[in-house]
Design a protein around this ligand. Structure first.
Ligand code: ZN
Ligand code: FE
Length: 257
């Protein structure tokens, strides 16, 4: 399987997934139709499928125009997003497969950012939408900090270290600056910040990341870090150091960062 990153809108990413055997393709989170059409045509593939990670407009707004242009698209989303994802045809429930061309994947239900948020998994590639970003996680619009903690740490966190994570927005630089603000002694964060600034200066993007890198640099996967604990206790001596409480405080601090 080949993956093409398609920058959309201000800082969104759609991804074109190409089945090399059949030259059929799926697009993850088409925020807008035009750049997706262009990419599909450039690669000479047949778009058969849309994979939406959640219902937010900046992830589904291209659905309607794409389904008019490319007939008979299968449009995947979580079952609970019924009525919220334009043109949805596939309503994913626990255990369902996700298919296009000769590719078969699975999904993780990741409540937190929204109640129907999912991560698509095809072998070593995972598409996390706004649940997990490089060095960060999505805002809590429809879920609790505890749910988001579990979505990141227990679900996405259960994938293999070498899993490549393709996320929904180019927020990496700001996320790394926040990560450093709570864990100033973490040299892995500093190194990654230097790398990402260089990439961005050249107009390149920081997607994908890997789960191994995230375990070292993403504060939301590092709720047991003693340095993060002492940062939080400096701000509030009564900070509860239980993992989910650390996660909750980090998310609140990030909201104000
Ligand atoms: Zn969103
Ligand atoms: Fe978004």
């Amino acid at each position: 399987m080949e993956i093409i990153t398609i920058p959309c809108l201000q800082d969104n990413f759609a991804y074109l997934l190409i089945c090399n055997k059949t030259k059929q393709a799926a697009v993850v989170d088409p925020s807008e139709a035009a750049p997706v059409k262009t990419t599909v045509e450039e690669h000479g593939v047949e778009l058969t499928t849309i994979l939406n990670t959640h219902h937010h407009w900046d992830h589904v707004d291209g659905n309607k125009e794409l389904s008019e242009y490319f007939p008979n698209l299968s449009i995947y989303g979580h079952d609970s997003d019924r009525g919220r994802i334009p043109g949805q045809t596939e309503f994913l429930k626990s255990g369902d497969e996700v298919c296009f061309g000769e590719q078969t994947g699975s999904f993780l239900h990741n409540p937190g950012h929204t109640s129907g948020a999912i991560t698509y998994v095809f072998g070593k590639f995972a598409f996390t939408g706004d649940t997990m970003f490089a060095a960060g996680c999505g805002r809590l619009f429809e879920g609790t900090a505890a749910q988001m903690h579990d979505s990141l740490n227990l679900q996405i966190g259960s994938l293999a270290d070498e899993t490549e994570l393709y996320f929904g927005h180019e927020y990496t630089e700001a996320n790394l600056r926040f990560a450093l603000s709570v864990e100033a002694g973490n040299t892995e964060i500093e190194k990654k910040l230097t790398t990402v600034r260089a990439l961005r200066a050249e107009g390149r993007f920081s997607t994908p990341t890997t789960l191994a890198e995230e375990r070292k640099t993403n504060p939301f996967l590092r709720c047991t870090s003693t340095e993060i604990h002492s940062t939080l206790q400096t701000k509030d001596p009564k900070q509860d150091l239980a993992e989910k409480m650390v996660f909750k405080t980090l998310r609140e601090l990030k909201d104000k960062f």
